[in-house]
Design a protein around this ligand. Structure first.
Ligand code: FES
Ligand SMILES: [Fe+2]
Length: 336
């Protein structure tokens, strides 16, 4: 392949898969002021109505296109900062204070694009539809996030990498003992192994053939109406045992992503309290160093251009399977 050829990510994938739920921010970040975000290439405004329910709309005023996130919530409606046009919780324009005629004749015809949203597990989730005539499917999230036997923390970061590269990194357990070889959690195990992938009804498993329970040895992809990756990291102490990580990558735009690593443990009593204390005082910094290594390496890949000169090996079986899986997923959606 010609290394100078311009390579792009698949157009139907590069900004995320449509008709899916994505975590868009943490619940605690949506306070009394509207919050402006970019997710899946859309500028969206996230705000709370007087009942505390999260509302998500297109972040463009239908008057002149000012960002509504610069405005404010007044008496339960979202008011644009520029000329005061107001929108209710459904996105309907309900006030045009500069003109009684426009208020009567124009406002009823104007409605902002809205996105279904829920708050669960400390995150705000929004549904990004391709076809608004199709009913929104229920939001399904990993069961650990709402299982009282588990206790966890949210780790959030923004990386300068397309979401596909982040998913590929999660489908690639063999980078663990190299990229993170000096870490407390990921330094053990063999440096050479074969990989196996197994399809499930809604995803696939990628696993090392030669070891389990030693390092980052497997990851499980789930992709139906939401997409995440589940993996385990064995902790050597504090207290010793499995740290389960639920990973999400929400595209911001083609070059940036919001990543969540939700770190959960199935612990009770003293062990739970001890781990939560140690997490805040010790583990969080160790994990931060590890994901910083991931960020630096993924940002070094030059986006889709990395594919121009790549040479995949047996150990990249998870990456190949992921690409195949995602292409099949969008192909089957476009045939619906
Ligand atoms: S641009 Fe929003 S009120 Fe004028
Ligand atoms: Fe990593």
């Amino acid at each position: 392949m010609n290394a100078s050829k311009q390579i792009e990510f698949e157009p139907e994938l590069k900004l995320g898969i449509q008709n899916m739920w994505y975590p868009i921010c943490q619940s605690g970040h949506v306070k009394e002021r509207p919050l402006g975000l970019q997710r899946l290439g859309h500028d969206i405004v996230v705000w709370r109505d007087p009942h505390g329910k999260i509302r998500v709309h297109d972040d463009r005023c239908l008057h002149r296109g000012a960002k509504l996130s610069v405005g404010m919530v007044v008496d339960g409606v979202l008011r644009c900062a520029y000329h005061g046009w107001c929108y209710d919780t459904s996105g309907q324009c309900v006030a045009i204070p500069t003109s009684k005629i426009a208020q009567a004749k124009l406002a009823p015809r104007l409605q902002l694009e809205s996105f279904e949203a829920h708050e669960r597990a400390g995150l705000v989730w929004a549904y990004f539809p391709e076809d608004r005539s199709v009913p929104v499917p229920p939001l399904v999230i990993p069961e650990e996030l709402e299982d009282p036997e588990y206790s966890g923390f949210i780790c959030e970061a923004e990386w300068g990498a397309n979401w596909i590269l982040i998913m590929e990194n999660l489908a690639d357990p063999m980078h663990g003992p190299f990229l993170h070889g000096q870490s407390l959690t990921l330094s053990r195990g063999a440096l050479e192994d074969d990989m196996r992938t197994t399809r499930s009804p809604d995803g696939f498993l990628v696993e090392r053939e030669g070891q389990r329970g030693v390092n980052f040895d497997w990851s499980e992809f789930y992709c139906r109406d939401s997409i995440w990756v589940r993996l385990d990291i064995p902790l050597p102490f504090g207290p010793k045992g499995i740290l389960r990580i639920l990973c999400f990558a929400t595209p911001i735009n083609e070059d940036r992503s919001l990543v969540y690593f939700l770190r959960y443990r199935k612990l009770s009593g003293f062990k739970r309290a001890y781990w939560r204390f140690l997490y805040r005082t010790f583990w969080v910094n160790q994990h931060q160093k590890v994901i910083e290594q991931d960020r630096v390496i993924l940002e070094s890949l030059r986006g889709a251009q990395s594919r121009a000169a790549e040479h995949l090996a047996n150990s990249d079986r998870g990456v190949t399977e992921l690409r195949k899986f995602l292409r099949e997923k969008v192909a089957c959606r476009s045939q619906r």
